[in-house]
Design a protein around this ligand. Structure first.
Ligand code: 0RA
Length: 653
């Protein structure tokens, strides 16, 4: 046998051996998709797109690409196109297949061939495009490279063809098109434009200089043009902060404080701004991943902020007459900030693996931030004074709030006494099955009390509009009856010796907290006020999946003895057609109060038949912005949002 022949045979052997391994790897992804992409619902479905886009972002961060197109095709497949170098298509000796095939079939292969490059992106699960391939009925890779167009097709992770040359070109880049497998994504296969738009906008802010274009071919205007948005940021996080802050109170400093540097090998970018609101809006990212649990980068930022401002305040004598201490929180009231670091080997910890553990990053962010902030304060004494004054006000308010809070919590949680009089509690004390309904109005509350299963369902009627916590100082919250009652009923408390904003869920009395309001404008306003309260003051309840919205039906369609509830106009029309138009009666439910106890149970409260919408926060920065806008002072953006979303004040941003 000639050496040439031997070589070929060896290739074939290696090829089939490695293929078996690959198929086992990808089979594991198909068997347990949630382990690789989080879940198989809407989140996981969208995660596939992020996984592919991340590869293009990496190529951009390596300096070879500045233009990325994401397209939702008519059939709900996705195309991601970039103008990078193109995934190499040449034979990969060690793996016994083309480099392209390695990238698309070997778990975690991503940037393996490009040792020198600095791969920092990579989704939360960081599993790579091979997972997307495994979970798609069809994946097509088209590579423009070296004057040729290469193409390869896969199904459920297995190649359907070799890499083929299908034409010539004079550009470079990669296009990946994939169609998620409906056998895996059984709940939904429909992409949501808003969800992808929010993530691409975020990516544009986090990676300045990259053009990201989203196009939805399923939606066309009168002229036949598809829906499309272009996201691009020249100034990175400063623009991000500006965007987040546009609807939130008045700025109290002239400029956005911004730094973009590298410290101890760690790229650090920070932007911050103070406004006259009472909330803290600090968002942190590592390798473009939102670290909702924080970590060392956030610790470094907080230390630098507190120490630098405190030193400035002390040196300038502004704290001389102060009769109380200032705590870390006080430096962050009214602060909007984004911190983004790129870490070569990130250690993610915590429940949701979104807490950075790398110790060296704390020092890096601390040093970079201290230097930049110190410099800003020296250069801008007017702003420096305004910030210190805001901090002093915050400290004063915190003291007032602490007294009010402690009075409430002493009376209730600590002594265990006195659930609110209006609460109709359930009999079971098993928190894992217990539910509480917060119901709009006493009359609907009465119906719900009659209709419920008292074994595990508690009812708490709320009268009128609850306090808008977005615009109120904390002590006012503790003086508000409805809010006090909500705290007491839930059994949670706020504030520890170390952290005045920490939420203690140990004594939470219910697994499901269900907001039940009328399906009208007032009802959705009240639901939004309640969501604002949970989002700003009890965020952990949302993060841990405890908050739900009940959805009462909009219509009852009747004909003779037949009755059907409908939740949408389309359902109403379909069922009317099914029943035939003669002798049909359609009742429109305007409020919960129009239903009797049995109807309310059947449609809205019975776990077997009801529709509950779980409140989730997909994108914390965007949710923050929306709450400030909906509940803040500025009317025009609020009106615009409500008009755009007239159907539903849906906050799962
Ligand atoms: C490895 C090496 C090289 C490029 C890529 C990966 C690459 C991957 C993706 C995924 C989506 N878009 C991409 N663009 C590039 C380049 C090796 C070279 O040309 O020297």
């Amino acid at each position: 046998m000639s050496t040439e022949q031997e070589k070929v045979m060896k290739h074939e052997e290696e090829y089939s051996a490695s293929n078996i391994q690959v198929l086992e790897g990808l089979e594991a992804v198909r068997k347990r998709p949630a382990m690789y992409i989080g879940d198989i619902g809407e989140k996981g479905l969208h995660h596939l797109v992020y996984e592919v886009v991340d590869n293009s972002i990496d190529e951009a961060l390596a300096g070879y690409c500045n233009d990325i197109y994401v397209t939702i095709n008519e059939d709900n497949s996705i195309s991601v196109k970039d103008n990078g170098r193109g995934i190499p298509t040449d034979w990969h000796e060690k793996e016994g297949k083309s480099a392209l095939e390695v990238v698309l079939t070997v778990l975690h292969a991503g940037g393996k061939f490009d040792k020198g490059s600095y791969k920092v992106s990579g989704g939360l699960h960081g599993v790579g495009v091979s997972c997307v391939n495994a979970l798609s009925t069809l994946l097509v890779a088209e590579i423009h490279r070296g004057g040729k167009i290469y193409k390869q097709t896969y199904s459920k992770g297995a190649p359907m063809s070799k890499v083929e040359i299908v034409g010539d070109c004079d550009d470079r880049g990669t296009t990946i098109t994939f169609k998620p497998d409906a056998e895996i994504f059984t709940l939904t296969q429909e992409y949501k434009y808003e969800i992808l738009a929010n993530r691409l906008r975020e990516l544009a802010f986090l990676n300045k200089g990259i053009h990201l274009t989203l196009t939805d071919k399923r939606v066309k205007d009168e002229e036949g043009n598809p829906l499309s948005d272009h996201f691009y940021s020249e100034y990175g996080l400063s623009e991000f902060v500006e965007y987040l802050d546009a609807t939130r109170g008045q700025k109290i400093i002239e400029n956005i404080i911004y730094l973009d540097t590298e410290e101890g090998g760690v790229p650090v970018e920070v932007a911050m701004q103070y406004n006259d609101s009472y909330s803290e809006n600090v968002h942190s990212y590592v390798n473009n991943i939102n670290t909702i649990e924080g970590g060392t980068h956030l610790t470094g930022f907080r230390h630098a902020l507190t120490r630098t401002l405190k030193k400035y305040a002390e040196d300038s004598g502004m704290l001389a007459k102060l009769k109380f201490d200032i705590s870390g929180d006080d430096f962050r009231e009214g602060l909007t900030a984004v911190i983004s670091v790129k870490v070569a080997e990130p250690q993610f910890e915590g429940q949701t693996k979104t807490k950075l553990g790398n110790d060296e990053v704390a020092g890096a962010v601390n040093r970079a931030m201290s230097a930049a902030l110190g410099h800003y304060l020296e250069e801008n004494p007017k702003d420096a004074k305004a910030i210190v004054q805001k901090v002093i006000l915050a400290a004063q308010a915190r003291h007032a709030a602490r007294n009010a809070r402690e009075a409430v919590q002493r009376k209730t949680v600590l002594s265990g006494a006195g659930l609110p009089g209006k609460l109709a509690d359930c009999t079971s004390r098993d928190r894992s099955i217990a539910e509480i309904f917060f119901v709009e109005g006493d009359s609907a509350g009465g119906t719900a009390k009659q209709g419920r299963d008292r074994n595990f369902q508690a009812i708490m009627p709320l009268r009128g509009k609850i306090l808008n916590v977005e615009k109120a100082q904390e002590h006012r919250m503790w003086e508000n009856e409805e809010i006090k009652n909500m705290f007491t009923a839930l059994g949670v408390s706020i504030g520890t010796a170390e952290d005045s904003k920490a939420l203690n869920l140990e004594k939470l009395r219910y697994d499901k907290i269900i907001i039940m309001t009328d399906a009208d404008v007032d009802g959705s306003h009240i639901a939004t006020l309640m969501l604002t309260f949970f989002f700003r003051k009890m965020k952990a309840l949302i993060e841990n999946g405890h908050i739900y919205i009940a959805t009462p039906p909009l219509y009852l369609v009747k004909k003779g003895k037949q009755e059907r509830y409908c939740w949408t106009d389309k359902e109403r029309d379909d069922i009317s057609a099914e029943f035939g138009s003669k002798g049909i009666h359609i009742q429109r439910y305007k409020g919960l109060g129009e239903m009797n106890a049995q109807q309310l149970w059947d449609t809205t409260m019975n776990p077997d038949t009801r529709i509950l919408r779980q409140v989730t926060v997909e994108n914390a920065a965007e949710a923050d912005r929306i709450f400030s806008m909906l509940m803040g002072d500025e009317v025009p953006p609020r009106r615009e949002f409500i008009e755009k979303n007239a159907h539903y004040a849906n906050i799962d941003a």
